[in-house]
Design a protein around this ligand. Structure first.
Ligand code: CTP
Length: 472
């Protein structure tokens, strides 16, 4: 075999070869699995293409295993799937495709292996390995895909205009593969992406977001994000990000380019975490800067309140991108809203009260928030970076100190809203929230002790100023 297989894979391929021989059809391993094997990247998805009926081949192969795996198939597409151990194996008849301009759905007819390789997106994805007797294990590589892997280059097998206009999602796939594999994009292919960018509009939002997530999850997401920006695709699919780009100058005073700053922050966080939502928080942390940008005479550029405005933008962006609107979104929003808090603490005298408030507001997300803050330190000035990092370490130390003594992280004020309503015989109303907040503030500010008795006594005092008295 040209590709190096595990014992389990070799066994499976032998069974596919045997079934194909018995049915009298040619069969090949094709696409992503071959690519990943050459790169030495783990893959559990195998595509088998045959010059015949893919469903029939799948049924025959399934019959060789005990217990017989379930064959799921789509008659309309002529594809079938079986799962053997942890391997997903997909069977399809070789085909020729032609596309109409308004849709990603191709007209399909049976074709040769060459037709099938022609219709594929990139040369690195068009590699096939024969499972036939005459040339078992041989690599069939009509477009020099192997060389493209060695040269780390993404290139379309045919004229990129055709490949991308056939299926515009491939423009995002090109950028995603470049980002995941740390490849470059061939010049002609790149021109094709720029030329066809508008066609991304016919692709469903789910597919676009899926690729965006894969880019964000790559080792160095800035590569893919910058390709999206430079190609003009980002302006179409995510204009709020593009609004961050560029640095404006007035009276010789400028601000940093917030787009490239953001990309740096995303790369920084990617070193520490594979968590998609924390990476989203890094991507969106400054998203409120463009709408809050002002130039203040004699002072320079300001972005007052950008964390609040940015926080408000999160649900809108998630909704538009069809990302989940559940606790993942709320987590991202919370981090965007709080991202300045730890750093702002370093500018003043850090009081215990400020530390307690931060612990209370961040709760269990405090460590994640601190990670984001650290990733946010991107100045080119080494001394500045050192100063920020020193301050940052100090805040971290104080957080640990205060948490150890006060246990604020998962703390709930000792008097609840229900209790307030019961004691004063009042229905849910503004007073309940006001009293509750007053108690919380008094404890966090260290004015009263963190105990039920002190909180109760304080509640009576605050309520009296509102002319409320206990009913019993
Ligand atoms: N393919 C294509 N055009 C697309 C999607 C897929 O030509 N828009 C082809 C490629 O040859 C690809 C194969 O179908 O290798 C399998 O597609 P898929 O499973 O989506 O991609 P992989 O290349 O396996 O990579 P990944 O699983 O990371 O998406």
């Amino acid at each position: 075999m040209f590709i190096k297989c595990t014992e389990q894979e070799a066994y499976i391929f032998d069974q596919v070869a045997r079934a194909a021989r018995e049915l009298g059809v040619d069969a090949y391993i094709i696409g992503g699995f071959v690519r990943d094997k050459i790169i030495d990247r783990e893959s559990k998805d195998v595509d088998i293409v045959c010059l015949g009926d893919g469903i029939e081949l799948a049924n025959k192969v399934a019959g060789y295993f005990k217990p017989v795996p379930k064959v799921s198939f789509f008659k309309n597409f002529g594809t079938a799937h079986i799962k053997v151990d942890d391997m997903d194996i997909e069977f399809v008849g070789a085909r020729k495709e032609s596309y109409r301009s308004h849709s990603r759905k191709p007209e399909v007819e049976p074709g040769t292996l060459e037709d099938d390789q022609n219709r594929r997106d990139f040369t690195i994805n068009a590699l096939a390995v024969s499972l036939n007797k005459s040339n078992f294990g041989e690599l069939i590589d009509p477009f020099e895909g192997y060389r493209a892997i060695e040269e780390k280059i993404i290139r379309t097998p045919l004229d990129p205009d055709r490949t991308f206009s056939d299926d515009p999602l491939r423009m995002m796939r090109a950028i995603r593969f470049a980002s995941q594999l740390q490849f470059t994009i061939d010049e002609v292919t790149w021109k094709g992406i720029k030329k066809n960018k508008e066609r991304i509009k016919i692709v469903s939002q789910e597919r676009i977001t899926d690729e965006l997530n894969k880019i964000l999850l790559s080792a160095k997401p800035s590569a893919g994000l910058d390709f999206l920006f430079q190609s003009g695709i980002l302006a179409i699919i995510f204009p709020e990000m593009v609004a961050l780009a560029g640095a404006e100058y007035i009276d010789g005073m400028g601000h940093k380019d917030n787009f490239y700053h953001t990309l740096q922050v995303v790369d920084n966080i990617a070193v520490y975490t594979d968590d998609l939502w924390l990476r989203w928080a890094a991507l969106l942390h400054d998203i409120g800067k463009p709408p809050t940008k002002r130039f203040e005479e004699g002072h320079g550029w300001t972005f007052h309140g950008h964390e609040v405005v940015g926080g408000r933008m999160v649900p809108k962006i998630f909704s538009k991108l069809k990302l989940p609107l559940d606790n993942k979104m709320r987590f991202v929003r919370k981090l965007v809203e709080l991202h300045l808090r730890p750093i702002s603490l370093t500018k003043e005298n850090i009081t215990d009260s400020a530390i307690r408030r931060l612990l209370f507001d961040a709760g269990d997300d405090i460590d994640t928030l601190m990670l984001l803050c650290k990733a946010d330190i991107t100045s080119k000035n080494k001394q500045k970076v050192k100063r920020y990092l020193d301050n940052f370490e100090m805040v971290k130390y104080r957080l640990e100190e205060v948490e150890t003594s006060d246990k604020i992280r998962n703390w709930q004020p000792p008097v609840s809203g229900e209790m307030i309503m019961e004691v004063f015989g009042i229905p849910p109303c503004r007073h309940v929230g006001d009293i509750k907040n007053a108690i919380k503030d008094a404890i966090l500010d260290g004015e009263i002790e963190n105990s039920y008795e002190s909180a109760y006594a304080y509640m009576l005092r605050v309520a009296a100023t509102l002319n409320l008295h206990p009913v019993k």
